[in-house]
Design a protein around this ligand. Structure first.
Ligand SMILES: [Zn+2]
Length: 222
């Protein structure tokens, strides 16, 4: 089953409460909704699922298929997101054994995705990406690994291909660190069809917010 995620809108509460009345509240759109809307159990209704890697999970182990320069693109995506955090809330390393990985990145198109919630992404003409999350029927467990797919859609000579692979790697790694929904703003790397090359200030604030919110999903190793 594939299930497209939708942004839930703007205007989340500020992460830290400000006591001083003179300080303006964060503007609308300061962060965007990053959590995943899913059918609730038992239904009907919707559950809002959130996830962040626990300190004890760090560094997150990432395995990348050696194709289309993906190891380089994903290594850079990890650097970019690590530097988006002030207090090393997220850290990841590339590992050589896919069986020991928390995140698996492959170059092909995703399969049918049984029991998966798929976050479709990056529909630029040069390449495509997707992230699959395996969430249990109680909406409380996220079975690892998280699976990312980043695939060229054009020939290797296409001048836009490397740029597309680079920004799609950052976008999909954004999903893997816990931003499960899309920004409604094209200036953010987590926009459905990203155009910018790096996380915006709002992407970074949203990532920080995700790491200062109690998660509803717990990572489980099979
Ligand atoms: Zn996406």
């Amino acid at each position: 089953m594939s299930l497209a995620s939708r942004g839930l809108g703007w205007g989340l509460p500020a992460v830290t409460a400000l006591a001083c009345g003179d300080i303006a509240a964060p503007a609308r759109g300061d962060v965007y909704e990053w959590r995943l809307e899913a059918p609730s159990v038992p239904g009907p209704g919707l559950d809002t699922l959130s996830f962040r890697w626990d300190k004890s999970d760090l560094p997150v182990r990432v395995w990348v298929e050696d194709t289309d320069n993906l190891p380089d693109h994903v290594a850079r995506a990890i650097d970019v997101w690590q530097s988006a955090f002030l207090y090393r809330e997220f850290e990841a390393v590339l590992v050589g054994d896919s069986a020991a990985a928390d995140v698996v990145v492959r170059g092909g198109a995703p399969g049918p995705g049984l029991r998966m919630r798929r976050l479709p992404s990056a529909l630029a003409p040069e390449c495509a990406g997707a992230t699959d999350l395996e969430v249990d029927e109680t909406n409380t467990e996220l079975t690892l690994p998280i699976r990312l797919f980043i695939a060229p859609q054009s020939s290797p000579e296409d001048p836009g291909l490397e740029t597309c692979l680079a920004l799609t790697s950052i976008h999909e790694m954004g999903h893997a660190l816990g931003i499960f929904a899309h920004s409604p703003d094209p200036e953010d790397i987590m926009f459905t069809d990203p155009e910018v090359g790096l996380p915006s200030a709002r992407d970074r604030r949203t990532a920080e917010a995700a790491y200062h919110t109690l998660p509803t999903l717990t990572a489980v190793r099979p």
